[in-house]
Design a protein around this ligand. Structure first.
Ligand code: ATP
Length: 575
């Protein structure tokens, strides 16, 4: 069958529909109707466009065109002076609407413009992403201008928003997955939603999952993890009592130290080692020491390991908290010096793939056996995570207290029979740590300081997630450092991180693209009309900047509601 060319306007209709409602089920119905058609008439890869992307999630190249370049392309496409556009931009404040305005005017006079097809838009986006080096700016401008030149007002709006990485249609990953199930397996929607999620966690590629799902259940079940590619990790639920931990994980259970470092998934294929964070970022270059250690000590030809990389003080030989080594994830220069000053130890707690075979479906006991066979105890280099297996609450509690005494965060309790389940916090792993009232949130706004803090963004609006949207829960100005000599992130560094993300400015207050994740502590959370989440934190304080965290790792509105309830009940935190 020869496929009919699909027009980009069909996507635009979906975007508009999604934008018009905040109800998840309505979004799902709109998506499902469209996906049905896309499966028959489109290319699987076009599904990325629904998330404002043209690549799979594991690909860390972003379209990320700057506002400036987009404005230039609008000027070029419609033959308008930059200054005139800037004037409108200041008034409208949104690039999408700006592009819509100019394309709308132009369209009336340009009757010969071609209909924009999805393949044209998709291919130009891909080309834009690939252009580098000399002539990149003019090359990109021409490709964008070509799209604008043939776009209707509404089409131009969504082209601009996709380019700057701000589609703003409010669709969570889970909604897209449920919509695929509804579109392609309407009679077994619930069961297939789970299968789609499992397949997605392995492939990290919406197009691969969508294509397989279009072929049927069997094709979907065949999707497996791919060696050498970043993958989603298994995550725990939180408990406050050891009893609850055993109730969830069964008896006996494996109990491990919860190390205060950051998660690294290690891939080894022969002599080729790559390292990924839990937000799928490749950090191999930042950790040549870990690469060497893995090559030297791990006794496996092909392997995927799950681990916590922890920093230690080379002089005193004591563990250091996450914040001390977090700069190793971010820094791309002076690597050798960092390696010397901030050495790390790899604590391996799982093995997911071993010499040609996925171990994902195997029980933890079996995976642990393989782990102990291939990971030696090389203190300050690499070792299996500290683990006991017990059914005694007393022993577990003792282990917990010991872990805290050693400066660890707490413990992880794991179900011995459970397979490795990516992503979902299904309850085969639990974490227990002292009450800290902490949350991971994303920065959505900030305010410039005054006096000696002038020029820096020194207080930050932070938000949780709710169905693909970000809802503010408070404003925080303490926790960061003034001076570079102090350990931890400084106001100057945070300002540097936030400035390129600024979307609008009003006096001293800016709104920023949600990207920078921070961990915070607070005294309590209360219902409050001040923020659009309906909640506000009291006395918040930033404890860490989390460059290793993804937006999907931040607290949800439901997490916050649970915290509020927990506090109201005054639940105890020790077993
Ligand atoms: P919190 O918000 O409570 O500080 P967190 O930042 O530690 O949580 P979670 O996802 O809640 O993140 O906790 C799981 C994390 O604990 C894992 O992602 C991993 O990085 C870390 N961890 C440390 N030790 C272990 C271990 N032995 N097994 C599994 N994960 C471990």
């Amino acid at each position: 069958m020869v496929k009919k060319e699909m027009n980009y306007s069909e996507f635009v209709e979906v975007y508009e529909g999604l934008y018009a409602t905040t109800k998840r089920l309505e979004k799902e119905t709109i998506l499902a109707g469209f996906l049905n058609k896309l499966a028959k008439e489109g290319e699987p890869e076009w599904i990325y466009l629904l998330r404002g992307k043209v690549t799979p999630d594991y690909d860390d190249r972003l379209l990320g065109i700057s506002d400036k370049l987009t404005i230039k392309a609008i000027a070029f496409a419609f033959g308008i002076r930059d200054t005139e556009i800037m004037k409108s931009y200041r008034k409208v404040g949104d690039l999408g609407e700006l592009a819509e305005e100019f394309a709308g005017k132009k369209k009336q006079t340009n009757l010969f413009a071609k209909r924009l097809t999805v393949s044209k838009v998709f291919n130009n986006f891909r080309k834009i992403m690939g252009i580098e080096g000399k002539g990149a700016v003019s090359g990109k401008t021409a490709l964008i201008a070509e799209l604008f030149g043939n776009a209707t007002g509404k089409e131009a709006k969504y082209i601009a928003r996709t380019l700057v990485g701000q589609l703003r249609v409010g669709v969570a990953d889970a909604t897209v997955r449920d919509a695929i199930a509804e579109a392609l397996f309407p009679d077994e929607k619930k069961e297939m939603s789970v299968k789609i999620e499992v397949a997605y966690d392995m492939a990290n590629d919406l197009a691969v999952v969508f294509e397989a799902a279009s072929k049927g259940k069997k094709a979907l079940e065949k999707i497996d993890i791919v060696l050498g590619r970043p993958m989603n990790v298994m995550l725990p639920v939180k408990v406050t009592e050891i009893k609850e931990a055993f109730r969830i994980c069964g008896k006996p259970a494996a109990i491990e130290h919860k190390y205060d470092g950051f998660r690294v998934v290690i891939n080894k294929v022969g002599n080729d080692v790559s390292l990924f964070t839990r937000r799928l970022e490749n950090v191999t270059k930042q950790f040549p020491d870990v690469v060497r250690t893995v090559k030297k000590y791990v006794k496996a030809r092909e392997v995927i390991l799950d681990s916590e990389v922890v920093g230690y003080d080379p002089k005193t030989k004591t563990m250091r908290p996450f914040e001390a080594i977090s700069q190793r994830i971010r820094r791309k220069y002076d690597i050798e010096k960092l390696e010397r000053d901030l050495p790390v130890e790899v604590n391996v707690f799982d093995v997911i793939y071993y010499n040609g075979k996925s171990l994902m479906q195997e029980a933890l006991t079996k995976r642990r056996k393989v782990l102990e066979k291939i990971i030696p105890h090389e203190k300050w280099k690499i070792r299996p995570s500290m683990q006991i297996v017990t059914d005694s609450e007393e022993k577990a509690l003792e282990f917990y207290k010991e872990a805290l005494k050693l400066g660890e965060e707490g413990i992880m309790v794991k179900n011995l029979n459970a397979n490795y389940q990516q992503g979902r916090r299904v309850g085969y792993w639990v974490k227990m740590k002292p009450a800290a009232n902490d949350l991971d949130l994303v920065i959505t706004g900030a305010e410039y300081g005054s006096g000696k803090r002038g020029g820096w963004l020194t207080s930050y609006i932070v938000a949780c997630q709710s169905n693909g949207d970000y809802l503010d829960v408070g404003k925080v100005s303490s926790g960061l450092k003034e001076l570079e000599q102090e350990e931890g992130t400084t106001y100057a560094e945070m300002t540097k991180l936030l400035k390129p993300l600024i979307e609008s400015e009003k006096g001293k207050v800016v709104r920023v693209k949600p990207k920078i994740v921070v961990s915070l502590t607070y005294q309590n959370i209360q219902g409050s009309p001040t923020y659009n989440s309906g909640f506000a934190m009291r006395f918040p304080r930033i404890t860490h900047y989390r460059p290793d965290y993804h937006l999907k790792d931040i607290a949800t509105l439901d997490d916050i509601k649970i915290e509020v309830k927990r506090a109201q009940k005054g639940m105890s935190h020790l077993g």
